[in-house]
Design a protein. Structure first.
Length: 94
C-alpha cells in the first residue's frame, strides 16, 4: 500500500466537483453567448432568476437540478466579479 503524500481534503474534492459542474453549465450555455458586454443590471436579473430556480429545486428536493442551478448561480457570481474587474482571467489562464 502506497502512502499518498498529496492528500486532498473533503472540501477540495467538493470544490473540484462543483467546478466541474460550473464548467458543464458554461459549456451547455455557450450557445447563448458570453457574459462580456452585457449590462450590469442584467447580470443581477439573471442571478435573481437562477436563485429562484435553485430555491424551487431545494423545495422539491430535486437533487440533480439543485447541483445544476447551484452551478448556474455560481457562474453568474463569476460574471459579476469579472464585470466589476476583480478577476484577471488572462492571468488565471497562464
Amino acid at each position: 500500500m502506497t502512502q499518498n503524500t498529496e492528500k486532498t481534503t473533503r472540501g477540495e474534492r467538493q470544490a473540484k466537483m462543483f467546478m466541474r459542474a460550473m464548467l458543464r453549465e458554461l459549456s451547455a450555455n455557450e450557445r447563448k453567448g458570453g457574459w462580456l458586454g452585457r449590462k450590469r443590471r442584467q447580470h443581477f436579473a439573471d442571478l435573481d432568476y437562477h436563485v429562484a430556480k435553485l430555491k424551487a429545486a431545494v423545495r422539491t428536493n430535486d437533487r440533480l437540478r439543485l447541483l445544476e442551478y447551484s452551478a448556474d448561480v455560481a457562474n453568474h457570481a463569476l460574471f459579476i466579479a469579472d464585470d466589476w474587474g476583480v478577476l484577471n482571467l488572462e492571468a488565471l489562464e497562464e
